[in-house]
Design a binder for this molecule. Structure first.
Ligand code: T5A
Length: 229
């Protein structure tokens, strides 16, 4: 596994991210995973991007309203990254330093997929932003919640309810969301040491069980083996 949030050090905290298209179930599963980690004796917090701190939530409002969209995908990538700096500095890094696991709904792979692959940004810009912003705080494990775009968009629309307006990214057409799904799957293939693809079409409990198996085999059991004399 690449440089990650202190997996081999003294901190028992893990940095776990959930990624995937709109309505894939990331928020639902973040909450369930934090509960399961707590039940197994690991203190954990759920957080999200963009957001997680007051300043980053202000960026979220601007980004999801579409106010930054006219400036183009480079400006959006920079704004998501600025929000990420505050989120890392004020919430993620301090929690990990205290041995608290962090479960984050979206992180660097969303920038890679939305602004990088679909925004057609130069991969060198995305890589440079990650290097400057994320540094050593690479996730220990990324769970890619995969499902057909139509299902995810229907879930997101049902949750939003009648009359509420879709945000700047949900408003994109189906081809955009299909491309997004491919981009996430490509990331998972390229970075298979960090990523596990989870079939998110199943009921929430079944998805949660698949996630727990991935967390157990990729993180919890591995650490036990690493610490054996
Ligand atoms: N973005 C973000 C970028 O472009 N670049 C970046 O760098 C970052 C960080 C964030 C937007 O910003 C973009 C990507 C996004 O477009 P958001 O509101 O956080 O916006 O959007 P999402 O992350 O897509 O969040 P959603 O809330 O829409 O979807 P979730 O969290 O994946 O799904 P969830 O859990 O809220 O579930 C949606 C509905 O489905 C039901 C739930 O009860 C809920 O009603 N549900 C299920 N139904 C059936 N079966 C299951 N297994 C279900 N799981 C959940």
């Amino acid at each position: 596994m690449s440089s990650s949030a202190d997996l081999n050090g003294s901190s028992p905290g893990f940095f776990i991210t959930l990624e995937g298209g709109e309505g894939a179930g990331k928020s639902t599963q973040s909450r369930l995973l934090v509960e399961r980690l707590a039940a197994s004796g690991l203190e954990a917090i759920a957080t999200r991007e963009p957001g997680g701190t007051p300043l980053a939530e202000a960026y979220r409002t601007a980004l999801l309203s579409g106010a930054i969209a006219p400036l183009g995908p480079a400006a959006e990538a920079i704004a998501f990254s600025a929000a990420r700096i505050d989120h890392l500095d004020r919430k993620i890094a301090p929690a990990l330093a205290r041995g608290i696991s962090v479960v984050c709904d979206r992180f660097i792979d969303s920038t890679r997929a939305y602004q990088g692959a679909l925004g057609q940004l130069d991969p060198r810009l995305i890589a440079a932003l990650e290097r400057v912003v994320v540094g050593r705080y690479r996730p220990n494990l990324t769970l890619m919640l995969d499902l057909p775009s139509e299902i995810g968009l229907a879930r997101a629309a049902a949750r939003r309810g009648n009359g509420a307006v879709a945000d700047r990214f949900e408003q994109q057409d189906l081809a955009f969301h299909d491309g997004l799904r491919r981009a996430f799957l490509n990331i998972a293939t390229e970075d298979h040491g960090r990523c596990v693809v989870i079939d998110a079409t199943r009921p929430p409990d079944a998805v949660a069980e698949a996630i727990w198996q991935a967390v157990t085999s990729r993180l919890l059991n591995r650490r036990t083996v690493e610490r054996e004399p």
